[in-house]
Design a protein around this ligand. Sequence first.
Ligand code: SF4
Length: 344
Amino acid sequence: MILQAENLTKHYGPVRAVDGVSLHIARGETLALVGESGCGKSTTARLVLRLIEPTGGTIRFDGEDITRLPPGRLKPFRRRTGVVFQDPYASLNPRLRVGDTILEPMQVHGLGSAAEQRARMRELLGLVGLAPFHAERYPHEFSGGQRQRIGIARALAAGPELLVCDEPVSALDVTIQAQVINLLRDLQRRLGLATLFIAHDLGVVKHLADRVAVMYLGRIVELADKRSLFANPRHPYTRALLAAIPHPDPARRGMLRPLGGDLPSAANPPPGCRFHTRCPHATEICRRNDPPLLDGIACHHHRELPAMDMAYAGALSETATRRLARYADAASARSIGAAAERDA
Ligand code: SF4
């Protein structure tokens, strides 16, 4: 197991941003963490990376408890983890040339000679579909998709074993999203990376996750391997997220209604099941008792819920997959590179 987090919590005063999250990721595996904005998924990502301090719980990386390691002793952990942020522009230093941006992690960790670092930097540019001459340019000279490729190259520079991607495609338009997702999937396979992939859209993660954890108001409410989650979503919230994937057939659109209402405040979560204020199946027990996550599901009534129209759910997720695939016939980093050149 490369990463094991147990009962992680992060409280900001009365706000319980993350409230008892446990997850693990095996080497080479991709776990997707999915939920609406404000559900705590990005905070969870920052906790497992030790970018913020947990209020409670433990984090183990490759068997070592890193929860309370002082910042000065986190350097080896930093070298073995990489992170790709949502906004590729804000996460790049505008005054640094792209080559220097990618060189920086290698220099910080003292990896190889200067010549070896430059060779590795050029190799990384190629790996993400950019050309050696791009090293001399500044971030503002690139499109959004290209900037995210630069962010990925930098995240890979020190040779991480775990990559954390925090909504890496949310800021990009759908054409570019598909290219970046294909690039990430290709890199995962080639490099055997373990990945924690954060997204608010289940359609996006269908393409690259092995397992999916669905998060609501600071908690994981369903955790399953991708195939069973898409074939048989058990939690009403997971079903609502599936229903939110657009369907082109107007006759089928009304069959599953996406979720109404807003996420309640994490400072004052509803008693009992936190989802009961938006759940069409809520009963009295839901308003009183908080269901624990058992066998990958946190719902009192999941066994009694009417089966979802799986043909419809399947069509929904296939639609999302096709939508992405249509824009991305580029399945390898090489052809993505050609697409990048066209963008330029
Ligand atoms: Fe809905 Fe009750 Fe299940 Fe919560 S426990 S998701 S309110 S049915």
